[in-house]
Design a protein around this ligand. Sequence first.
Ligand code: FES
Length: 100
Amino acid sequence: MSNLQYSQLHAGKPVRVEVDGEWVCVAKVGDEVFAIDDTCSHSDASLSEGEISGFKIECWLHGAEFDLRTGEVLTPPATQNVQTYLIDRDGDALTIKKAN
Ligand code: FES
């Protein structure tokens, strides 16, 4: 579980947080917040350093794209989806948890 504040997030600027020992990429799109594994499923690159366009995030290393809503891989060279995380919002407080 990780706590983060909604007001700390800015659209187009994902952040990396630790949730239960795993690195998670948290991204704001419009008013919504999404969380997926931070490590690209292709190799060891941090997705929170990637570019967001719409609901997609692009890995900065080789350009694989993932859907922030589902973790689905959309563009090679990655072939495996990444995990999504649950986000609870209570006012400004965001709680990020692993999905069971
Ligand atoms: S490490 Fe992300 S596309 Fe290669």
